[in-house]
Design a protein around this ligand. Structure first.
Ligand code: PFF
Length: 467
């Protein structure tokens, strides 16, 4: 472990880097936030849990839980100007707290590894479907053919590994080039392209003949479908979709210019993420309904229902390919953010070359990802605690345990343990009433909300183990 003195001297690499503008930070953070979660998860859970009523609940969760945690992460990152591990160490020292708070940074590094290991595999599926769809494989195909094609793809480890490897190489190449040359260049290209693709798909879906039904599925106020569980689902989704709890936003926050207003910046990021999740639903469901298909979620919706629906539509192979391109762009801008906490730490700690560290991290993540690849074929019968496959275990442990724990502790630290003046200066809070609202929402509502989600997902698992 580094002593505080060598931590601060070695951290100059992060300390000296900045996003070129506030807008680049907004785009980079939105790029991290908008990912697989927005496109294959949000639209479906909104439709199933009350449509417009769920959208309202979700907005409350974004405002009361998501935004305060994101503000906490970014403000701590900007104050510490280092990787999350060193930032936590510095801030703990500055507030007279134990050095052990740096464990939060370590948890983030671990979560980043675990999430990226499977994210690269699934993003690889999206990349492969750009060709499969674009070459007309699904034109007029039956449901059996589309399902058989997806099953055959999953059953072939070599094919999955080839796409996973390609995606990892691209991710590592981008992050190895550094903040300005690597991350910013990728973001400048991928984010506008992603917006354009989404608009093209929206226009296509508007003319598909199923728009009214798709719109009703997402936005009709179905309060009778809202349960206590819907609140927990909304809160969990708000959390994952904004990339919170693992120090990503803290790592990105370290590069935020001093004069950027954190409150408005974070609200813009959360707004963009929500807008894209809603637009994704409006781009997807009309196409599904226009073809009389049942909605589903996750891989089933993305790799079976949608190819089937596109296959029945005019110019379906082109728009199908564009949809998978959109998904791949969304995934890559999230993937690059997943490496930043670990990358920044190793560069600071060992004064190492960013490229070399990126390659090392990439190889470790790639090896770990093989476990996910094999979970869909040769290891599909190998299960761990709770009967989960390797992939399910990695997903469960990172998403349901590490992220919520991290998020809860980060806001708690930011609001109750950091010196009061430090937070208020960072946020530009002058009025005592605003400071009070910030403490109540960020310091009480947000951590308790995350605690509720955490207990509701972990408790059934634990009680199952004891029985
Ligand atoms: N926000 C991403 C999504 O919605 O798919 C997932 C994610 C990316 C989570 C980066 C955490 C993270 F650090």
């Amino acid at each position: 472990m580094a002593t505080p003195s060598n931590a601060s001297s070695a951290s100059s690499s992060t300390a000296s880097q900045r996003w070129s503008s506030r807008w680049l930070f907004v785009l980079a953070a939105a790029g991290s936030a908008v990912g697989l979660g927005n496109i294959w998860k949000f639209p479906y859970i909104a439709g199933e849990n009350g449509g417009g009523a769920f959208v309202l609940i979700y907005l409350v969760c974004i405002a009361a839980v998501g935004i305060p945690i994101m503000v906490s992460e970014v403000l701590m990152g900007r104050q510490g100007r280092s990787s999350p591990i060193h930032t936590m160490r510095k801030l703990a020292k500055a507030s007279g707290r134990s050095d052990r708070w740096s464990i939060l940074g370590w948890m983030g590094v671990l979560a980043g590894f675990l999430i990226l290991s499977y994210y690269a595999v699934i993003a690889g599926w999206a990349v492969s479907y750009i060709w499969t769809s674009g070459s007309g494989t699904f034109d007029g195909a039956s449901a059996e053919t589309v399902i058989a094609s997806f099953d055959a793809f999953l059953a072939s480890p070599m094919e999955l590994i080839a796409y996973q490897t390609g995606f990892m190489i691209l991710t590592i190449w981008i992050v190895g080039r550094g903040v300005t040359k690597g991350l910013e260049t990728a973001i400048r290209w991928f984010m506008p392209l992603m917006f354009l693709l989404l608009i093209a798909l929206l226009i296509y879906s508007f003319n598909s003949g199923g728009f009214a039904q798709g719109f009703a599925f997402m936005f009709d106020m179905k309060w009778e479908a809202v349960t206590a569980d819907s609140w927990l689902i909304a809160m969990g989704q708000a959390f994952f979709t904004l990339s919170l709890g693992m120090g990503t936003m803290m790592a990105y926050g370290a590069y935020v210019p001093d004069d950027a207003n954190l409150g408005t910046t974070v609200v813009t990021i959360a707004g963009l993420d929500t807008l894209i999740a809603l637009a994704a639903g409006l781009a997807i469901f009309p196409i599904v309904f226009a073809n009389g298909l049942e909605v589903a979620q996750g891989p089933g919706l993305t790799f079976v229902t949608l190819p089937l629906a596109f296959g029945q539509m005019p110019m379906g192979s082109l728009f199908g390919a564009l949809f998978f391109l959109l998904l791949s762009f969304a995934a890559i801008t999230s993937a690059i953010s997943l490496t930043e906490p670990a990358l920044a730490y190793l560069v600071e700690e060992y004064n190492a070359k960013r490229q070399r560290v990126a390659i090392t991290l990439g190889v470790i993540c790639w090896v770990l990802g093989l476990g996910t690849v094999f979970s869909f074929n040769i290891w599909s019968d190998v299960t761990f605690v709770g009967g989960l496959t390797f992939f399910d275990t990695v997903d469960y442990f990172s998403q349901n345990i590490l992220l919520p724990l991290g998020g809860m502790l980060i806001t708690f630290f930011a609001i109750w343990l950091l010196p009061k003046g430090m937070v208020e200066t960072q946020l530009g809070i002058e009025k005592p009433i605003i400071a009070l609202v910030w403490r109540l929402v960020g310091g009480v509502v947000a951590p308790l909300g995350v605690l509720a989600v955490f207990l509701s997902t972990v408790w059934p698992m634990l009680s199952g183990l004891w029985q």
